[in-house]
Design a binder for this molecule. Structure first.
Ligand SMILES: Nc1ncnc2c1ncn2[C@@H]1O[C@H](COP(=O)(O)OP(=O)(O)OP(=O)(O)O)[C@@H](O)[C@H]1O
Ligand SMILES: [Mg+2]
Length: 256
């Protein structure tokens, strides 16, 4: 079972993934750490301390990690044509510049003017990874053979781009609470704002949904404890509960 844990920075991926890996006895891959370790980046954004991740190289490494060597064929099979073409059609810079350039008002009006589908189709960026914040070493063993492990957890805000998954959990945090978490990290205001806007616009959710459809669940980490989040995920795995995409709406954060 391949479990992808994704979400805007600060929503709790690293915190939860360790607990979940322990609970399930699964190996854990931290994408931030993998990117650093294998140098899967093409450059740096000096303004924001982002590494510009080489997405093809990352995907290749992840296929190796999960023991699926025929990456290209699997990728072709797993990505539906529509997803492929929309991903191809969208450029790195499109969402980046829209987020950069957007004021509250412009985002608001773009939401008004667009359906979620149109937001969905414009959301392939996140080719940036805040790897500076990679704080744990638990995923150093990248050679994982799925025949020996019944599950594997891959965590990081780019994890949902990996086309193979049985379950994708997008962690969500109400932007005001998320803002407090990110401020504690000492991040620049522009970087914090960019991430809060991404959270309010459901960017990770819609990107994940484009690729993984009904395998995606959204779990809110705003008020519940990490342990309670684990219980929710276990219920999803056991098919006792379901948290499909579309039930969380933080767009009010962008103004009324
Ligand atoms: N229910 C919760 N689940 C997860 N984290 C929570 C929860 N409630 C509060 N937190 C806090 O939120 C913070 C989440 O940080 P964490 O590093 O896990 O986020 P992340 O999603 O991995 O971020 P990044 O993408 O930058 O790596 C931690 O300080 C954690 O203690
Ligand atoms: Mg993390």
């Amino acid at each position: 079972m391949i479990i992808l844990l994704t979400g805007t920075p600060g929503t709790g991926k690293t915190t939860i993934s360790h607990l979940l890996a322990e609970k399930l006895g699964c190996p854990l891959v931290d994408i931030n750490h993998l990117v650093d370790e294998k140098h899967l980046y093409t450059g740096l954004d000096p303004e924001k301390d982002y590494k510009i991740v080489d997405m093809d190289a990352l995907e290749g490494e992840l296929f190796k990690v999960v023991g699926l060597q025929n990456a290209v064929d699997l990728k072709k099979d797993s990505l539906k044509d529509s997803t492929k073409s929309s991903i191809k059609a969208s450029t790195k810079d499109s969402i980046k510049s829209s987020i950069k350039a957007s004021t509250k008002d412009s985002i608001k009006s773009s939401i008004k003017a667009s359906t979620k589908d149109s937001i969905k189709s414009s959301t392939k960026d996140s080719i940036k990874s805040s790897t500076k914040d990679s704080r744990n070493d638990s995923s150093k063993d990248f050679s994982i053979n799925p025949t020996k492990n019944s599950c594997i957890i891959i965590e990081g805000h780019l994890s949902h781009y990996f086309p193979q998954a049985d379950l994708v959990v997008v962690f969500r945090t109400e932007p005001t609470t998320l803002s407090e978490r990110l401020r504690k990290r000492g991040w620049k205001e522009t970087k914090i704002r960019e991430n809060l806007e991404a959270e309010a616009l459901d960017i990770c959710t819609w990107e994940a949904h484009q690729i993984h459809q009904e395998k995606v669940h959204e779990v809110e980490t705003t008020t519940i404890t990490p342990k309670e989040v684990i219980d929710v995920i276990l219920d999803i795995i056991d098919a006792k509960k379901s948290f499909p995409v579309g039930n969380i709406d933080f767009s009010g954060y962008l103004g009324g």
